[in-house]
Design a protein around this ligand. Sequence first.
Ligand code: ACM
Length: 687
Amino acid sequence: MPSHLRFSPFRIAAVAALCAAAALSVSAAPSSPTLNLMPVPAKVSLIEGKYRITAAAAIGAVGEAGPRSRKAAARFMERLAGRTGLFFEQDFLAGLAKPNEVGFLFKYDSVGPLDGTADESYALTVSPDRVFLVAPTDLGILRGLETVLQLVDADERGYFVPCVQIEDQPRFRWRGLLIDTGRHFMPVDVIKRNLDGMAAVKMNTLHWHLTEDQGFRLESLAFPRLHTKGSDGFYYTRDQVRDVIVYAADRGIRVMPEFDIPGHSTSWLTAYPDLAAAPGPFRIERHWGVFDPVFNAADENVYKFFDRFFQEMAALFPDPYVHIGGDENNGRQWDANPAVARFKQKQGLADNHALQAYFNGRILKILAKYGKKMVGWDEIFQPGLPRDIVIQSWRGRDSLFESARRGYAGLLSNGYYIDLCQPAEKHYLNDPLPADVTLADNERALILGGEATMWSELVSPETVDSRIWPRTAAIAERLWSPADVRDVEDMYRRLDTVSVRLEELGLLHLKNQDMILRRLAGRADIGPLKTLVEVVEPLKGYSRQNQSLRYTQLSPLTRFVDAAFPESRPARTFRQTADRFGETRDRTLGETLRGQLQRWRANGDLLRPLIQASPALAEIEPLSRDLGTAAEIGIQALDAILAGTAADAAWAQDSLKALEQAKKPKAHAELAIVSGVEKLVRTTLGK
Ligand code: ACM
């Protein structure tokens, strides 16, 4: 955790000037309704007054500003110009203005190290004359500049920053996003725009999952067959890797590579079959799941290979940590290999778990030799390993707490699997250190934070942003903000604003929905398709893969379901309104629901010509029909409730049965408004 802020004379003067104003303390959650901050800062005081943004606004530093903060200042002004349309007079790309002339002023003491230990705290004071940021390190300035951009608001007179005092620091020092580039390759542009999104919500670690059964995604000089044979040509060159690392570092983000071994390694073994525990040849895997190919942990050549491999990678990636995966080795090839059995016996290794622990121990020594610390999925946890490894919990939170009790640092990813298409609320309330966990202070300190995981079985470069954003912003808040910031409704309110603002960074999470629908319809006017897509969600968990189509790496991800967002916001709002209406019978709420339902009921007729014109849309016909059916039932229920007529039990039974049908998966998606309609039907029965 960062040390306390050192306050400069500048800041004290600015604060003194503000003391006259009455400060409305909104420390911790919920944030004031006038603010759209995400993550919510540790301490916010809203003050009367506004700093007006004009074309004369400029940015400057007190004292020296290093390259990272200068670049951040330039990006800040560029985004501000983009948002406000103002032609700033300052040539902000060429240099920084003088402190006494500027509206946006910052000051820091030192350059923060990008090793997971840096102080990222900052203090922000906005007065009518000036926006002033102070931080111990330049990383704090970067975090604070994002806060300022989130504070920018508008009224009839123009754009402004509301007067506030903020003191902020992260709760956890490791706030990561994993992007799986092994299963589906993600070009550098995808990585970069998501790094911008991460920086906007104060995340600080990109976990770059670079190798999988389905692809080895980076150039190796030592073993070039890895990328030439293991990638279909979709890999990052070493120059691209360096470019991404610099881009991330400019945004205060570490890049930790993951090389998933000894399992999940078909692509490596396609290139170097002699290193496998079973005879080859192997082929790049196209399906999803857990596969047999595994490195031969009993073969000394394997360790020679990894020594050279990690020597190369340790030089390429500056981060102190290397992730070795270690998950989901099914052990079948080890079991089938007599030499492996003999090796286990000779070494006194009782089972495959022990053999993998032996393998990890050897890899750990190699990494240590090249100055790296080891991170692995919770399968690698084995008492006796050195205490500077980090365990990443994906199978449950208990393994995180258990490893902390035994003195090992850990990261939480269980509950942050954003590929499962679960609601933001679920991730948001998943705390790495829940109030009821019994850990001593020194054990709590070992919980470093967490990572959202974007596994890429069912995402392409076109759709990946919409699976990451905006929900990952809710996870970012969980990992940054105080533990008691847990107001779900306020989170959703802010998430809507954050989502739109993320677009200014080039993220395509909103934009590509329309693009996919236009492509499917073959026309620009997609109104009725949009109405339907807004109320469906992709099937949750991994059930989409169990439907009629078997997805592989080569399957198109261009269907209607791929345009649907993981969480339907209109469906959530409808459900909540139906709940409130059920409690209050409020006529205005009833009319709101009726308007919505009438629009849905009418949609089928409008959509039909689009479906008829596009074979790729044929599969959504049942979804569209179900939306009409559900809407009709909802309207009948509303009519009965508002008329105060007696419940018709037979009608209610039939309706609930029809809604049960409407809930079933269709076109790999589900209709998310059905539970709201069910609520209306139950309300007719007085339930
Ligand atoms: C994992 O999800 N197998 C780490």
